[in-house]
Design a binder for this molecule. Sequence first.
Ligand SMILES: NC(=O)C1=CN([C@@H]2O[C@H](COP(=O)(O)OP(=O)(O)OC[C@H]3O[C@@H](n4cnc5c(N)ncnc54)[C@H](OP(=O)(O)O)[C@@H]3O)[C@@H](O)[C@H]2O)C=CC1
Length: 598
Amino acid sequence: MANQNSTNPSHDLFEQFVQAQTCKEVQRIFSELCHHLQVDPRDYQSFYTKLKERLNYWKAKSLWVKLDKRAQHQDYQQGEVCAKNKCLVLGAGPCGLRTAIELALLGAHVVVLEKRDSFSRNNVLHLWPYTIYDLRGLAAKKFYGKFCTGALDHISIRQLQLILLKVCLLLGVEVQTGVEFKGFVEPSGATGWMAKLFPDNHPAGKFQFDVFISAGGGSFVPYGFKRKELRGKLAIGITCNFLNRHTAAETQVAEISGVARIYNQKFFQDLLTETGIDLENIVYYKDDTHYFVMTAKKKSLLKMGVIKQPFWPLGTGIARGFLAAFDTAWMVRSWGKGRPHMEVLAERESIYQLLSQTTPENTSKKYSAFSIDPATRYQHVNLNSVKAFQVKNINIIYSFYFYSQYSVGAFEVLLKWCQQHTAGYDRVNVKDLNQSWRSGLALCALINTFRPRVIDMSSLEESNAVYNNQLAFNLLERELGILPIMSAREMSFMGQIDKLSMVHYLTQIHDAFNERTPTKAPLSAPKVNPDPVNPDPEPSLAPGISSNEECYFCCQRVYVLERISTEGKLFHRSCFTCHQCGTTLRLGGYTFNQHTGE
Ligand SMILES: NC(=O)C1=CN([C@@H]2O[C@H](COP(=O)(O)OP(=O)(O)OC[C@H]3O[C@@H](n4cnc5c(N)ncnc54)[C@H](OP(=O)(O)O)[C@@H]3O)[C@@H](O)[C@H]2O)C=CC1
């Protein structure tokens, strides 16, 4: 849609960019605009400034004013605070794009990967007042004239993505569509973390990053991470979209911003009588489509044979997604500022536990003061409710983010050290940091190198993996205080030994056997069930191990990978549940009764 009044091609292109209605169109016109103005978006740090200077167009001024205002916020420290960070964001849904904008404002080099090559989701999102305010601040109205006009407080995912994509591009974010993230390529030699992509020759595969953010939605969970669900309970919901042809009749149908059965029983009873459909609640919004969200009673769904994806229509829309995007950006900011990583994780845990409880009522009403700083958004936030020591061992998975604190070749250094100190042992061939350790012989060899004569290596059988592992685990735990991360049986038989867990374990052994070793005293051989055929899978605690390595609730052995530590006690994650309703609890999100111990 060219501007009839303009004679300047770049002004025309800018107008087309603002109006573009598909992802492809936005990308194509943006690229033409950059080409025309001779600005290179890969020059991400100065791209926005150069674009502004070269596109001297009065119609763009209101856009610059908004974006400049946001960029000048003190949290971003003029884009210096994360100037050294390189962030890979998976998913160009609203959350991924919103996060990318914040990271770009912090000064980071940001690449977003999206496997779809078009924005095709018509589902409509409810917007809390703060999200409307936030999006207006990003010039949403400029890109989408109908944005929240009158009493409208919703937007289709597609439209929201288009707005955020345009802002991302203007701020120098690289948004790659039609490319799927398949996994990580670990650091090697002089190269850092990279992504395995499909198609595998995609140029984004060369991007080296120190921050990875997964906003893939659905059930996508990158290998090595665990998915956390905020949903309290499961409800079965149905969403329907019917094309809005904007006829006079369609215009007259009133929207339903949300009716629940308890507030309008007659409405739902009539519906049941008339159609046989029994609903708990219904929402109806109009946008590009007529969009309905209904939670149906399970019985009714079974009767009608309609069971679709789970949905919990609390009306949170995208609000928590944006809060999560801000919290993530805050975490990256702390990381960029060089804060100790355990502190960053503890703060992140303190903030994260608030997210599931947020409502428009209990978040701050001072929308103009909202920033990535959690204190501006959450009322009564305590950034120290979870302490660094509480995340020390339980969040090994998180430490993945932080491997870049070591030199890029950290894994290789560790591997070389292990190879060097296990060389020459019969049946020991350390080729990697996980699978080569399965038989337990390599661990025993490592111990034997530093503390000779403790283990009779010639008596060990490669086939007695559980025995060998248990022997090594017990020695390392009792004498050096290094807790096993899994049981000897898991180590021996699990399909794929988790590499990050092993890196964590071997790093501790490395540190203990190096100069910083607290004791040089020789290790003494521990008691291990000598039955090679039926070794004790969960042996009783070796002497010297304090009893608090048992789960407080079930009194069974608790391994580092599966444990939670709080109130000076240890718990299995699965045992850390509410005494009354059985729901899994989060650190800091519980009340402990000192008297009853519940
Ligand atoms: N929306 C909300 O209110 C909240 C969301 N979150 C979390 O934020 C995350 C993102 O949410 P949202 O932006 O709404 O999600 P969306 O589903 O809208 O967007 C995610 C996008 O990522 C794409 N994707 C998935 N896997 C890959 C991959 N391997 N490589 C490249 N692209 C991929 C998806 O494609 P496809 O759909 O084809 O798989 C989709 O287009 C979710 O994990 C969600 O749980 C957290 C709090 C609240």
